[in-house]
Design a protein around this ligand. Sequence first.
Ligand code: SF4
Length: 668
Amino acid sequence: MADTIRTTCPYCGVGCGVVAQSGDDGWSVRGDPDHPANFGRLCVKGAALAETIGLEGRLLHPEWGGKPVAWDAALDMVADKFSAAVAEHGPDSVAFYVSGQLLTEDYYVANKLMKGFIGSGNIDTNSRLCMSSTVAGHVRAFGSDTVPGCYEDIEQADLVVLVGSNAAWCHPVIFQRLLAEKTRRPELRIVVVDPRRTATAECADLHLALRPGSDAILFNGLLAHLKGEEAEVECGVPLDQIVTFFSWFAETEKTVTLWSQGINQSSSGTDKVDAIINCHLQTGRIGRPGMGPFSLTGQPNAMGGREVGGLANMLAAHMGFDEASIDRVGRFWDSPRVATKPGLKAVDLFKAVKDGRIKALWVMATNPAVSLPEADLVRDAMAACDFVVLSDCEADTDSARLAHLRLPALAWGEKDGTVTNSERRISRQRPFLAPPGEAKPDWWIMSQVARRMGFGAAFAYESAADIFAEHCRLTAFENGGSRDLDLGGLIGVDYEALAPIQWPVRRPGEGTARMFGNGRFYHPDGKARMIAVEPRRPAAVADEALPLILNTGRSRDQWHTMTRTGRSPRLAAHAPEPVLSIHPADAIRFGLTDNGLARLGGRRASAVLRVALDAGLRRGEVFAPIHWTDRTASGAVVGMLIDAAVDPYSGQPELKHAPVMVEPYAAG
Ligand code: SF4
């Protein structure tokens, strides 16, 4: 194996290029100076990647009931259990729950097996928790799930508005690029819309600390202002700040509005997305340099999953479940039983597991027993399911403990494939480490199961390159260069020689930085849609018993449930334990002291966290990080405190707004 490998960071949707280099002290990593997402930069998580590649805690062999089992027996078991469930109860009695950590090729095979050959739409992904409201908002506004712009727009803008995005911590390299431009051009204005005074808000020219959930009121008011109408904007922000924001937005042609989970993770997330997009459509600020609405995706390959049908409501290659698409995919895959309707979205999928409708569940590279709302009920569901198989690189996640069968998958640095970042840029993840133990690529594991289920000819892949080539062919299959090709086409993209490139690729080597600059959208009449948004309050409200509102999010130096970042002492040093941030006045009200312990209680569960006073929070609101679990900190599973209210269009859960109580906690 070469001693210098170009690959892509496995954490966030910025999708930074990484150079891994072998030396006397093992492997080191640095930012890839030639990668257009980061031009050599890395954040602290990316810079610590080399500290996380050891084999401690790895799942290295298939295990049944905690005992090693041969691959052949394990694969036979999965095929038998899934086939038996389908034969007895029908195709909708089985489900896959997958992950934005999977590579596009893994996603493609998972989707093809479930939707194309088992014949059910029941494959959903943890990206449902991340950006599905943006997908739904894009489709309503543009007629397609398309991010209009590129990272360069952020540097070319004169006004950058960040809404519900702590990019300084969650998309750090994008934020570094923005701050570098602000240093070069101090007249570039930054507005942050966020209930909390985050690290991002600290750098803003204007911070609107709005009432949680009132984003649509703010952007509806902005839309009215842009149309020359009066509007009442009651969102908890002083009027002079609103006037300033509205006038800056109205007078600045080159405006980019970035958003992330503060918008998406809401029971009205799709409407909030469209309330933002409306303001860009009204002003024509889309698809041209330095302007546009821009969603930042959370995971490294949330976008890749969107391209190949990783969401239950998409078929493949950006196609939905219309008759023509079902027919087209069926003929391309040579499958007689393509699913004809969307499957269950994440929250509903686990409800179906709990009530026994799902008899066999396959979880890939994710930890739903922590990350989903009502995580305690998700655990009950997995424990009650007839058959749970989990493929992952980690041996001892909270979800792995609930699986009957565990299958060892390759990890970052070992696996080979592609990912797509927030600006539609496809990059390679390349291996530089030998596969440990008996670990295998996810696509290989699924293909082997598919062959045993009798679908062999369609899953005769020898490599990730084979799968990528098939995905590219599907984007061009029988669409005659029409809107579908324009939407997600990958023409002449060569896997082995792949340099980072933005889809659609209409001609070999020609990616597309911006979409919609010609004023043509993907609705049949070619026009975009402005969506009338009626603002709605969050689903759950505080009451006497649960008088505070819990907001959740990331710590700066951790990722998801810390299965990788938790291995780095350097990263752990920033926040060694879960911390509950609370306004000093609320701390006094509830008898809490800085650095003391607090019990944070919801309707069904509670967690114990260290208290940190934070005057940057609004009164009545607390904040807790999502990363710690009962595996890493006793009882600190924040997902158990959150009700499973979802957005009606996207199915995305409201992970940022849960009524809670707090009280001092005395250990012992
Ligand atoms: Fe990795 Fe995101 Fe950091 Fe880039 S910004 S190094 S992709 S975690």
